[in-house]
Design a binder for this molecule. Structure first.
Ligand code: UFG
Length: 337
């Protein structure tokens, strides 16, 4: 049996592929290489000693996808990452996001449903918007998405739920990630942001490396203890491990027609200033930063109640914020841009 990982050379996908291989699974990676590099395969091979099957395919292309499922008829699990992920780009080019993120999902689901192949979907805490209660549990009512990117995650979840209702043999898990950070401890794979990073940690590490002059802290007078926004930063290795545990759970409960949603976070809320301070303590590096206007659309505070995934699937975050940020810095230092 093989596990299909779409977007398997991307940031989270490459870490999941690595863990799957280390767990003795056979992996088929599909990636159109739009937002990553082919040499990520070398990084995966150098960590695991194995090279996954690789196809440069766009999941929106139904012919290529059919050929893939014909060639690998023993795909017994699908972990779906392949999607666009820039919030700001999605605001400017909404159709690009609806076409790609929902088109690709539907093409894949046709095959997954036909053979009742267990399915894991990468969703996001963005579906909660600014939650009324903290920490945020899966029962929190979903708010109007604040970007087309967020809408594709929300609608994607609904499409999968409908598929599970329609086919009693099909089961799926929807993982709502909080803020993934960090890199593999070997520093052989990590995040490869395209252009100017939009997320805090890659912007911060590029600033410390001297690629960017100064980190702008968006907003200093939010209603939080130090005035800066609060997030739940989860090590990408922990996040990858949550996929392995979820896949294991789905395979053990095959053909049970369920669609369960789980938060994947640490449960700890950390402010932007706290993160900067922790980075400086963990790495000994100084972070040049200045305060700037709030970023439109930013949520003030979001951190997970991650008790459901611990209770049902038995997964819990293990890495500290210090370890996450040190690994981000080790990766950035070793990166030839
Ligand atoms: N921030 C800065 N300066 C920067 C970048 C970010 O101060 O240069 C701040 C933001 O204002 C925010 C925090 O750092 O308070 C985290 O920002 P990120 O952009 O790293 O992450 P977000 O929480 O805004 O977005 C992330 C994912 C999205 C997802 C969203 C869900 O990147 O894909 O979480 O809430 F939709």
């Amino acid at each position: 049996m093989k596990i299909l990982v779409t977007g398997g050379l991307g940031y989270i996908g490459s870490h999941v592929t690595t863990l799957l291989l280390q767990n003795g699974m056979e992996v088929v990676v599909v990636d159109n290489l739009e937002n990553t590099r082919i040499d990520v395969l070398d990084g995966i091979e150098s960590i695991t000693g194995k090279r996954p099957n690789f196809k440069q395919i766009d999941v929106c292309d139904s012919n290529q996808l059919k050929a893939l499922f014909d060639e690998f008829s023993d795909i017994g699990g699908i972990i779906h990452f392949a999607a666009h992920k820039s919030v700001s780009e999605s605001v400017n080019e909404p159709l690009k996001y609806y076409d790609n993120n929902l088109g690709g999902l539907q093409q894949l689901l046709k095959h997954a449903l036909a053979k009742a192949v267990p399915f894991i979907f990468s969703s996001s805490c963005t579906v909660y918007g600014q939650s009324d209660t903290l920490p945020i549990s899966e029962n929190e009512p979903l708010k109007q998405a604040t970007s087309p990117y967020g809408s594709t995650k929300k609608i994607g979840e609904q499409i999968i739920e409908d598929c599970c209702r329609a086919n009693p043999d099909f089961n799926a898990i929807l993982l709502r990630y909080f803020n993934p950070v960090g890199a593999h401890p070997s520093a052989k794979i990590g995040e490869l942001p395209k252009g100017i990073p939009q997320n805090l940690v890659p912007y911060l590490t590029q600033t410390v490396k001297g690629i960017r002059p100064v980190l702008k802290v968006f907003g200093s007078s939010y209603n939080t203890p130090d005035g800066t926004c609060i997030r739940d930063y989860i090590h990408v290795m922990d996040l990858a491990d949550a996929h392995i545990a979820s896949l294991d759970y789905l395979l053990k409960n095959k053909n049970t027609s369920s669609c369960e949603v789980y938060n994947v976070g640490t449960g700890r809320g950390v402010s932007v200033l706290e993160l900067i301070q922790t980075f400086e303590e963990a790495t000994g590096e100084k972070v040049p930063y200045e305060f700037a206007d709030p970023r439109p659309g930013d949520t003030v505070s979001a951190y997970a109640d991650a008790s459901k995934i611990e209770k049902i699937i038995g997964w819990k975050a293990k890495y500290s914020l210090e370890e996450s940020l040190s690994s981000s810095w080790n990766w950035e230092k070793n990166l030839n841009s």
